[in-house]
Design a protein around this ligand. Structure first.
Ligand code: SF4
Ligand code: F3S
Ligand code: FES
Length: 253
């Protein structure tokens, strides 16, 4: 089959054109058509300063409207467009074409470890179930305060890093333990448990630690650091997991 191509011939290759010709090699899957996924190439013209998400939009809007992927904010905030780009988990909206060797075909596929529903869209439900299981909300007992709950700058600092999570699943879906056994809570759930366990205003730290003391909890982590490498927010994910493990041993948090 001929490669679908979107080229502006008058601009391609001219000295003052910022555009280059790039091949997107996308792993397609449509369960209504076949139970097998297959790679499909698309050629587009794109400014190297544009992002992979812009390339996917060009393809969807001009070459193949059936190409399916999630995105919303387009600015690294909503966490909906994590995908495997050239074999590494990244956000399509934060990945510049010039940074990923556009001379070779750019491979784009769904994140691993979660069931692919169509093309680049996976079933996120197991991921969000693990997130819900660690109680990602402030728990306090007793009367409602009449003013805000105060916290020192030092206490706030203890969980600052883990407040940055945007639930993109880049970490969990890069973890080999999660690939082998989707029952593992996964780094994202632990990061979000960390955010509350180390919050001095919260009163359910023990409860969350017990949840993560489970056979599918923190002890499954083998410290491979894939999660830390994959996080588009630069969160020190493995360090947060280590802190939760330490809190489980010392019961101090
Ligand atoms: Fe995404 Fe990082 Fe949160 Fe994992 S910890 S879900 S990689 S933002
Ligand atoms: Fe997995 Fe990260 Fe641990 S990749 S094994 S959760 S350090
Ligand atoms: Fe929202 Fe990329 S589209 S993070």
């Amino acid at each position: 089959m001929a490669t679908p191509t979107l080229l502006k011939k008058e601009e391609a290759g001219s000295a003052d054109s910022p555009y280059i010709t790039v091949t997107f090699r996308i792993r397609r899957f449509n369960p209504e058509v076949s139970d097998q996924a297959e790679w499909q190439d698309f050629q587009i013209e794109i400014d190297p300063k544009e992002r992979v998400l812009d390339g996917l939009h060009k393809i969807k809007w001009n070459l193949d409207g059936t190409l399916t992927f999630r995105r919303s904010c387009a600015h690294g905030i909503c966490g909906s467009d994590a995908m495997r780009i050239n074999g590494k988990n990244r956000l399509a909206c934060k990945t510049l074409i010039k940074d990923i060797n556009p001379e070779k075909p750019i491979t784009v596929e769904a994140i691993k470890g979660l069931t692919v529903m169509k093309d680049l869209v996976v079933d996120m439900e197991p991921f969000f179930q693990a997130y819900r299981d660690v109680m990602p909300f402030l728990v306090t007992k007793g009367n409602e305060p009449t003013r805000e709950r105060l916290q020192s700058a030092e206490d706030r600092e203890r969980f600052d890093d883990t407040t940055k999570c945007i639930l993109c699943a880049a970490c969990t879906s890069s973890c080999p333990v999660f690939w082998n056994d989707g029952q593992y809570f996964g780094p994202a759930a632990i990061v979000n448990a960390h955010r509350f366990i180390f919050d001095s205003r919260d009163e359910a730290g023990e409860q969350r630690l017990e949840i993560l003391n489970d056979k599918d909890g923190v002890w499954r982590c083998r410290t491979t650091f894939n999660c830390t490498d994959a996080c588009p927010r630069g969160i020190e994910v493995t360090k947060a997991i280590q802190e939760v493990k330490r809190a489980l041993i010392t019961r101090r948090f």
